[in-house]
Ligand binder design. Structure first.
Ligand code: ADP
Ligand code: MG
Length: 681
């Protein structure tokens, strides 16, 4: 009888070093390798005529080498031209070795694979994979692309996974969960890892192949199973009991506030307070559109907890967001004599030691920071409440670990998770079935909805004039260059170019650039200076943090807006119109627009309601929409896609109800092993 080996090091060619690297990918055993699934496929089954390639296509092309020279532009690059009689494409390398250059120069024919972009010389592929003087014949089937890491290449992953696939043909090798629709698990794994030429390539590329559906079903079921166990786990724990609202501190807090809470904020506060007077840990998701005022709800809740004698930890996913909270909380809590401790990865040495001791002694009633709050040496005195902001970036594992950390004699701390990602109800039930949900469905009064215009790229000149005008009036402007997946280079190039163009066009105003390649500290400094109005225009890749508050920035330009999903557009747009002035958003696009992109931009122009936008998103992104790229803020699964696989949700909930405990454990071991990297929940 065949079985899977127990340990990674039992596999041929795997020593402790490689096993360690595999661990970093969340792979701890041979079985884990089987569930390390391709995130996408590359189609190298046919050569495309260069003349028929469109910008954005990922293609295999082949032709004769026309020229190969070093190009000296703003950045030195190696540029080779290949033509096949129908057209010519440039292959551009920003990083190249002398050997590579010599090798390429000598080639007669070149075969290259990559995405066609609009380059300086016409259509170009940046950093293509290529072969010189290739042998005849192309690959017969799709090439899987796995999540990989340094020292673990695609080829290595393939060579490790392939032999395992023959082992699992026998039913006993891998445990099947019964009553799941479609093919067996073994068959589904075989197809996704090693599609055969006769498998349905089109549906595999779209992620709708029955084998992918079968795995998605199981992955979502695993998610439900974990939610159920979490829920039960929480139910069995005690929690500190709060005194409830209306304390002395709270009265002073309310008096100091320079606005009145909205009805929705009021209601949500009561929902939270009602939870925390119970001896059971609260686990509540607070949903509210950008600008709906979640922060003050958290601060007001914190006051009740402090009054009851417990500590509050507030955690944000990035330093910038944590700083934003520090500012807001300081404004509201310092006048009440409540001190705030600050803890991020950057706090070190003596300052860190002092902060840790204040946290451990309970002298620090409020602690604000990043995931540094999880560090092993952080000990809380009596943690009563954990507030997690912009929750989608934290994994289940982190969610659990912070809660574990906070456990004290009084029990588990209460937990409030705040998210600005509008999630339609059907999805909430699937994703957050372990939580109670509160929704702030109205914005504070007096907010003027951001007005949005959709404008073709050729009117860029008009937009620059408008930016000039806004700056002249003392306003600040965001100019966002959108992220093109897998191509940070092109992205950064576009942003640099835009920054240069604006610097030239706006000699009277100060233009800054922020992008993903900068260190966290540098990013944070630039954002901080923008907040202080040291710059008028901030050119940014999509790194601008959700949740950053610059009330004086009221105009946002989004370049190539057609490339972004609705959720992301909505989040970005939420950066403007946060003060008393009206906000404006200009969505620049490259014509011609496809029907999906057109529908999306139309929704953005018509609506500023996050929930409505989320629902439209579901409608527009029907199954089979290949453009439905993963949106930032979406939960990341390995195969499942909540939009694409929504047809499965009802059946999944039904099956989840009948799962046995041992089935739950099997599913979770398989699918939830590294939530941080793979399945952010
Ligand atoms: P988000 O929900 O996106 O985190 P914030 O909490 O940052 O929103 O609130 C956005 C802005 O609205 C802040 O400047 C905040 O002080 C202000 N705000 C919050 N609640 C109200 C209210 N009820 N009336 C007026 N302004 C409010
Ligand atoms: Mg916020």
């Amino acid at each position: 009888m065949k079985t899977l080996p127990d340990k990674l090091t039992d596999l041929k060619g795997v020593g402790p070093a490689l096993a360690g690297k595999l661990n970093r990918l969340g792979i701890g055993s041979p079985e884990d390798l089987l569930f390390h699934l391709p995130m996408r496929y590359e189609d190298r089954t046919h050569i495309t005529a260069i003349g028929s390639c469109r910008i954005g296509d990922t293609v295999l092309v082949e032709g004769v080498l026309d020229a190969c020279d070093v190009a000296y532009g703003r950045r030195r690059s190696l540029l080779a031209y290949v033509s096949d009689g129908t057209g010519r494409v440039g292959l551009r390398f920003y990083y190249f070795s002398g050997t590579q250059q010599k090798n390429l120069k000598r080639a007669r024919r070149v075969r290259a694979f990559g995405e066609i972009r609009r380059g300086a010389s016409g259509p170009e592929i940046y950093h293509p994979e290529y072969q010189v003087n290739p042998a005849a014949g192309v690959e017969e089937t799709l090439t899987p692309v796995y999540p990989a890491t340094e020292g673990v290449t695609q080829a290595r992953l393939r060579s490790l996974i392939t032999p395992l696939l023959t082992t699992i043909d026998e039913p006993s090798v891998i445990q099947e969960i019964t009553q799941l629709p479609g093919a067996t698990l073994a068959e589904a794994l075989r197809i996704v890892h090693k599609p055969q030429p006769n498998d349905d390539i089109a549906s595999l590329l779209q992620g709708t192949h029955p084998a992918q559906k079968r795995l998605a079903f199981e992955e979502l079921l695993a998610h439900q199973a974990s939610m159920r166990l979490l829920r039960r786990h929480i139910g069995s724990e005690g929690a500190p009991v709060m005194k409830g609202m209306g304390s002395e501190l709270a009265t002073r807090f309310d008096r100091n506030m320079d606005f009145t809470l909205t009805t929705a904020q009021d209601r949500v506060l009561k929902e939270i307070a009602a939870d925390m007077v119970q001896p059971l840990p609260m686990f509540r998701l607070l949903q509210g559109d950008v600008g709906s005022g979640k922060t003050i709800v958290a601060a007001r809740t914190a006051v009740d907890v402090i009054e009851s004698g417990y500590q509050v930890a507030i955690m944000a996913p990035t330093e910038i967001l944590a700083e934003q909270h520090l500012l807001s909380f300081s404004e509201w809590l310092l006048p009440l004599g409540i001190e705030i401790a600050w803890l991020t990865g950057k706090v070190s040495g003596r300052a860190r030691a002092q902060t840790l001791s204040r946290i451990a002694s309970g002298d620090a009633p409020v602690i604000i920071g990043t995931h540094a709050l999880f560090a092993d040496d952080v000990m809380f005195h009596q943690l009563g409440l954990i507030v997690v902001d912009e929750q989608h970036r934290f994994g289940v594992q982190q969610r659990l670990s912070l809660r574990e950390k906070g456990r004290s004699r009084a029990g588990m701390p209460h937990q409030l998770i705040m998210t600005a990602t509008p999630i339609p109800r059907t999805l909430t039930m699937t994703l957050y079935s372990d939580m109670d949900v509160s929704i702030i469905e109205e914005l504070p009064p007096g907010r003027i909805p951001v007005s949005t215009s959709v404008i073709p790229d050729k009117r860029r000149g008009d937009i620059v004039a408008r930016v000039n005008q806004a700056c002249a009036e003392g306003q600040q402007v965001y100019w966002v260059c959108t992220l093109i997946e897998d191509s940070d280079d092109a992205e950064l190039q576009a942003a640099e170019e835009t920054a240069r163009m604006l610097t030239e066009a706006l000699p009277d105003h100060r233009v800054a650039l922020v992008h993903g390649r900068l260190k966290a500290q540098e990013k944070s400094d630039i954002m901080q200076r923008f907040r202080e109005h040291s710059f008028d225009v901030l050119v940014a890749t999509t790194v601008i943090e959700v949740g950053v508050n610059v009330p004086n920035a009221n105009l946002m330009i989004i370049d190539n807006a057609e490339r972004l999903g609705l959720a992301q557009l909505h989040q970005l747009r939420g950066r403007v119109g946060r003060g008393h002035d009206a906000g404006f958003c200009v969505l620049l696009y490259q014509p011609p627009l496809g029907p999906t992109a057109k529908a999306r931009l139309d929704v953005m122009r018509r609506s500023t309601d996050g929930f409505l936008i989320a629902e439209q998103d579901l409608l527009i992104r029907g199954p089979g929409d290949i453009l439905g790229e993963r949106q930032s803020g979406d939960v990341q699964f390995r195969v499942a896609d909540l939009i694409r696989d929504q047809d499965l949700l009802t059946e999944i909930r039904n099956r989840a109800a009948t799962l046995t405990d041992s089935e739950c454990l099997i599913l979770m071991a398989r699918w939830m092993r590294d939530p941080e990297n793979l399945a952010q929940v």
